[in-house]
Write a protein that binds this ligand. Structure first.
Ligand code: SF4
Length: 64
């Protein structure tokens, strides 16, 4: 199953990822991304991958 990865240090808190995949990403009180799940289904992958790609800081990736 595809695994979500987040580089918290790179995250700038823009929130684009939450707009695209609010079931996978959230932001904590420090303005840093939080993964709401570690793995996603293949069916959810295109949508979550697009949300990850929308990150201006390139903080998000998906690993097989
Ligand atoms: S889009 Fe990128 S920079 Fe913005 S909150 Fe999400 S991970 Fe952080």
């Amino acid at each position: 199953m595809p695994r979500l990865l987040a580089d918290v240090k790179a995250c700038q808190g823009y929130g684009n990822c939450i707009t695209g995949a609010p079931d996978a990403y959230d932001i904590d009180d420090d303005g840093k991304v939080v993964l709401l799940t570690e793995e996603i289904s293949d069916a959810d992958r295109p949508r979550v991958e697009e949300a990850a790609r929308s990150c201006p800081a390139n903080a998000l990736s998906i690993e097989d």
